[in-house]
Design a binder for this molecule. Structure first.
Ligand SMILES: Nc1ncnc2c1ncn2[C@@H]1O[C@H](COP(=O)(O)OP(=O)(O)O)[C@@H](O)[C@H]1O
Ligand SMILES: O=C(O)C[C@@H](O)[C@H](O)C(=O)COP(=O)(O)O
Length: 331
């Protein structure tokens, strides 16, 4: 039964780096974006959602990022502070950059899409000199998201954060979080994703995201081959997600764990990955085995996809325990 160890005696359980954005989720569901008239505003951005999920479960979380110097930026910072997330390394942009927006379209529970407004966004302007080494040194784990690698200077900020994490011996978790928006082309994307993944202990992504990273090398790997490749670098654990079919985790010790899913009444499909990651990481950090962590990840996803928001819908520990106890886990 595989477990992952984390350094102890640190101020923060985890520090996340990357985008802090706004989700505008369609209120009128089961219709295309063209016919959607009203949206509800939530804090969004994959690493923000995961950080919020972890904070809800009771972990001590910090965030490294950059926000716009306006009401949207204030909204994001206030929301995180209200969730007891440390905002001391959330830098305010001084260049009139804006907050990234994600409009969501909910045509049906299984037919959802997102539309991102990502021009001149503050999150991609985080500069390497703004990343506080002390914060990373004082955390058990660093969470990075692939989207922050899309352009400079945020790309270099993430690579420096990775170097600090390696220097201080903390665990590095990479949620691939590939969004084609703001990337120039797939080859460039794959090059930077592969460079970052070489430094990470835990890599979490969908099969499609790993395919994107492998396509540039003109190879097509199956799940086991993908995981084996990363074990030749630093990875201890590679999790490959397959939507409603669950996920598979490969560990460097040779174990392979397949998760089930908690069937639920799906409202929208997005948010599954972020909620899965937060409960999965939480349980790993509690010293639980990979199969237990995957079960809690699946339970968390089933709660969030049944609700309207991603960040606001992240479960409390009590809700999560109830789901695991009373839900139907199909393996
Ligand atoms: N239709 C669904 N019903 C129940 N659980 C789901 C469903 N879709 C996804 N999940 C859960 O969420 C996890 C992550 O979903 P996935 O769609 O693979 O990630 P992402 O949102 O990053 O694309 C899955 O492994 C599964 O546990
Ligand atoms: O990551 C974003 O900027 C958008 C998210 O906040 C959004 O809610 C979403 O798409 C979540 O994605 P998923 O968890 O990978 O399904």
């Amino acid at each position: 039964m595989t477990t992952i160890t984390f350094p102890q005696g640190k101020q923060f359980d985890l520090v996340a780096i990357g985008r802090l954005c706004i989700d505008l989720n369609a209120n009128e569901i089961n219709r295309p974006m063209e016919e959607t008239m009203t949206f509800t505003k939530y804090v969004g951005g994959s690493p923000a959602n995961i950080a919020i999920g972890l904070a809800n479960l009771g972990l001590n979380i910090s965030f490294i990022g950059k926000i716009a110097n306006d009401q949207m930026g204030n909204f994001i910072r206030n929301y995180l502070a209200q969730k007891n997330i440390d905002t001391s390394n959330i830098v305010i942009d001084k260049t009139n950059a804006v907050t990234g927006l994600t409009f969501t379209e909910i045509k049906s529970p299984s037919d959802c899409s997102i539309l991102m407004y990502r021009n001149n966004v503050a999150d991609l302007l985080l500069h390497p000199v703004e990343v506080q080494e002390g914060l990373i040194a004082n955390s058990k784990a660093l969470l990075i998201s692939g989207t922050a690698l899309a352009s400079s200077p945020s790309r270099e900020a993430v690579f420096l954060a990775l170097d600090y994490a390696v220097k201080h011996g903390i665990r590095i978790i990479f949620d691939l979080d590939y969004r084609p928006y703001t990337w120039r082309d797939e080859a460039e994307t794959a090059v930077y994703y592969n460079l970052a993944a070489e430094k990470c202990d835990i890599i979490i992504g969908t099969r499609e995201e790993f395919n994107m990273m492998e396509k540039v090398l003109h190879v097509q790997l199956d799940d086991e081959q993908t995981a084996s490749k990363w074990f030749t670098y630093k990875a201890q654990l590679v999790v490959i997600k397959h939507g409603g079919d669950g996920s598979i985790a490969y560990a460097k010790d040779g174990s392979r764990t397949k998760s089930g899913v908690f069937r639920t009444s799906v409202l929208k499909s997005f948010g599954a990955g972020d909620s899965y990651a937060s409960a999965f990481i939480y349980k790993l950090m509690q010293g639980e085995t990979v199969d237990v962590a995957m079960k809690y990840g699946s339970a968390s996803a089933s709660i969030v996809i049944a609700k309207h928001s991603c960040s606001d819908a992240m479960p409390t520990l009590d809700e999560l325990e109830q789901k695991v106890k009373n839900g139907t886990y199909e393996t």
